[in-house]
Design a protein around this ligand. Structure first.
Ligand code: ZN
Length: 223
């Protein structure tokens, strides 16, 4: 049986950093992958600049989705870096129809202790919608790590992965998709650099006996 996968990310580029390799692998295996973004990732500036920045970010997201083989993306309108100013119920009400439409059995989303507040809110909204109701189709919820947010958290409870996906065969595709967001990338040793992305893939690989891997915390797994 092929899977229906929904990635719920706060910002365009989180999906590639967090699980771009896993997305490409799902697509290779014949699964259908959808991505929902809760914010456009563009901080408010002067209105004309914002419109242009939003248009460009959407273009990058579409290009990354095309490279990864994502079937469809959805963009919700919540404010960048201030999703904690929006009632959770409003976010859930906007996300629910997408969720109902896609009807996923596998979900990827953020780690709940990330430094970025939008990531935390995204996790909360996702877990509320995906709560384990009787006859729920959801069998797997995995939380990904996003460089320059997950590792920057000062919480005592740190990201402790327990699930790994080999991305040996899909790392190049992940890298190519990430290049769609080149404007967001920085020079090493910034964590959001191509070199750090590769280093993390190798580090997570070394933790799991694989050449390259993406690592996840399991939020739910039904076997
Ligand atoms: Zn983000």
């Amino acid at each position: 049986m092929n899977n229906t996968v929904l990635v719920i990310a706060a910002h365009p580029d989180d999906e590639v950093l967090g699980c771009g390799g896993a997305i490409a692998k799902h697509v290779q295996d014949g699964d259908s992958v959808y991505v929902a973004f809760l914010s456009d990732g563009v901080a408010s500036r002067q209105e004309s600049e914002t419109v242009e920045a939003t248009r460009k970010r959407a273009e990058y997201a579409n290009e990354a989705a095309r490279i990864l083989g994502v079937k469809q993306t959805f963009q919700l309108p919540f404010p960048d870096n201030k999703m904690d100013s929006v009632p959770l119920l409003d976010i859930i009400q906007e996300l629910q129809p997408i969720f109902d439409d896609v009807n996923p059995n596998i979900i990827y989303t953020h780690f709940y202790k990330d430094l970025n507040v939008d990531h935390r809110v995204t996790y909360q909204a996702t877990m509320t919608i995906a709560r384990a109701l009787p006859n729920s189709k959801i069998s797997k919820i995995l939380c990904f790590e996003v460089l320059s947010s997950t590792e920057w958290s000062n919480e005592h409870e740190r990201f402790s992965p327990t699930a790994y996906v080999s991305i040996e065969d899909t790392f190049q595709t992940k890298l190519e998709a990430l290049k769609a967001y080149d404007e967001e990338m920085r020079e090493f040793p910034h964590p959001r650099s191509y070199r750090t992305v590769e280093a993390l893939a190798e580090y997570r690989g070394a933790m799991s006996g694989l050449l390259k891997a993406e690592a996840f915390e399991v939020a739910r797994l039904i076997l």
